[in-house]
Each structure stands twice: as structure tokens, then as C-alpha cells.
Design a protein around this ligand. Sequence first.
Ligand code: 13P
Length: 247
Amino acid sequence: MTIFAANWKMHHGPAAARELVRAVLARVRPKEGRTLLFFPPAVSLPAVAAEVAGRKDAAAGIQNIYFEPKGAFTGEVSAPIAAVAGATWVLVGHSERRHKFGETDEESGKKVRAALASGLKVMLCVGEQLAERQAGSTESVVLRQLEAGLSGLDAAAVARIVIAYEPVWAIGTGVTATPQDAAAVHRTIRGWLKDRTPAATRSHILYGGSVSAKNAAELLAEEELDGVLVGGASLEAEGWIGICGGA
Ligand code: 13P
């Protein structure tokens, strides 16, 4: 299965989000082996959820949650609230949460467990910064993030998590990892996951970071990539349809 995930970050209110999902779904018809995920801003979730409701191949997700189920946490959204607002997926540990908002590995782990407890599907994002890559520590950073993000989960739970490998230096920069670079890290991640879930079927590992209409087909031709998580190039219909329709 190939997953095409659109992370709209802080773009598109309810009306714009509804219109964009509608335009995309009208032209990207259900196809065996293709899943479409939309991660709008939280306030646009109900609008997006209503649009994907009739499509088994499409779903809505939230970009972040707080790990407590409820309480005095002004400005935060819990997993149960996200779920009733229409999310079936959640992104955890996105690079911008980690590096712009100071989310720790431990907090990502708590969010993963909170999401699963509310029945949300998790896409855990991992990835190294440029200095870490240059220092040769890509593998250790990614494995540390995995270890913390998935700590306390049993094999069955680990097997259900989708991983998005997003090297921080490739996000929003126009610099994409080569398919070979991405595949090398995916193999490391896959090896780690296999050790913990010996009986599981193949885990889904997506690549993200400056994926565009120009490079998506080449990236997806790499058999290690089970999909893409896309920011900028998912923000308008034509471009996103081109990427989703192309595989
Ligand atoms: P860009 O596709 O804009 O580089 O963003 C990638 C990303 O962070 C998706 O989560």
C-alpha cells in the first residue's frame, strides 16, 4: 500500500480545506493499494472529516495532540477531542513540534500512547538535523527517536505504527534526500521495527522533505518508500493531484 499524506501545517481554514479535499477527491478516485491522508489545522478537521466520510481510501488526521485526555491545558487538543472532531490519524513528533516547540522524545512517546489509547492511528515522525547528519549520527538520532516514541508498546502496537522519516534539512528547503539516502535510513528503521515485531507484516515507512511533483515518482520508485508525507506541495489541488495520481 502506498500512503499519500498531506500535512497542511498552518494553512487552510475550514472553507479552504473543504474545497481542497473536495477538489482532490473528485480527481483522485479510489484505487487498490492507495491511501490518502489529510492533516489540516485542528479547526479544519470537522470540515475535512465530512469530505472524506464517504471514501474508504481517505482519512483525516490531526497534526499534533497533547498527551493528557482533558484538563486545564489552554490551547491544547487531546486525542479524545481530536477523535470526536473527525481525526482517525495523528502525526506525532513532527520535526516542527520537536525543533520549533521543544517537544522532547519522551513527550512524543507519551503522545503516541495517548493516541493509541483513544483509538487513533499514529504516524510517528523521525529525522535528523543537518549537523547531526554531517556528524554521522543520523542512525543514532533516528533510533533514539524510535526507541523513545515507541517505548512501552507491545509488538502488536508497534506493528501498527506508521513511521515518517523526515530529515530536518530536507523539510521546506527544496533539498530532497536522494531515493538512495532515504532508503538507507528506511532500512535502518525497518530493521529496528522487525526486531520488535518478528511476526508482523511489513511496516509502512514514509519519506517526507521537499517532495514535489518533480521528484515524487522517482522517490516512490524506491521500494523502501511506502509513501510520502508532503507539506508545501500538498497545499494546492493541481500539484497534489499530480503527486497522488502518479503512482
Ligand atoms: P515540505 O514537503 O514542505 O518539505 O514539508 C515536509 C513536511 O514537513 C511534511 O510533514
